[in-house]
Design a protein around this ligand. Structure first.
Ligand code: SF4
Length: 182
């Protein structure tokens, strides 16, 4: 990143952002965040993830864009398809970055050891070419645990499943997940 560059981070949730925020802030790189999470199930969870991120961004003085989209019914045929999910999120981010004059984009998906890292890189590079905006690749996976500990210490809400209805249904913590008080 050069002095006049600008960065947009597609942000699935605040716990995945917290370490990445530290990474950029300690390097004096500012960024904006984009919340675009159209398949989070149920809607209460979608809102709770957003409000958690919103509070964190306020604390950290990070500009947060919210592309409001909750289209559960459109997703019912795609629920098992992480490729589709990655592509929709990353393509939307690259397009938004281009339309809003960011020079670079990246994604918090890169911090999760549970995501398909190589696929994310491939899709992000394709979308960077398609929309003529740069993809900033950093392998954040070694810092996943540190980030989760930071989120816990911060008292931040940490969800127990990836997000879509399929990941909710297959979560080994399903019995412990509750949407009350959200
Ligand atoms: S498991 Fe996660 S990455 Fe895969 S489709 Fe569901 S929300 Fe998307």
């Amino acid at each position: 990143m050069k002095k006049n560059d600008s960065l947009l981070i597609q942000t699935c949730c605040a716990p995945c952002l917290i370490y990445i925020n530290k990474y950029f802030k300690t390097r004096d790189i500012s960024y904006d965040s984009l919340y675009y999470n159209p398949n989070i199930h149920p809607y209460k969870e979608y809102v709770h993830r957003f409000t958690t991120l919103e509070s964190f961004c306020k604390e950290e003085n990070v500009k947060l864009h919210h592309l409001e989209s909750f289209r559960q019914s459109d997703w019912e045929k795609q629920l098992d398809n992480c490729d589709f999910c990655y592509k929709l999120r990353i393509e939307t981010t690259a397009k938004f970055a281009k339309e809003n004059n960011y020079t670079h984009f990246t994604t918090t998906l890169l911090i999760s050891p549970y995501q398909q890292h190589e696929k994310i890189i491939k899709i992000a590079n394709e979308m960077a070419d398609k929309y003529n905006v740069k993809f900033l690749y950093i392998d954040f996976r070694p810092f996943y645990r540190e980030g989760q500990n930071m989120a816990r210490d911060h008292g931040m809400y940490r969800q127990k499943y990836c997000g879509c209805i399929n990941s909710y249904n297959s979560s080994k913590f399903k019995d412990k997940i509750t949407f009350e008080n959200k």
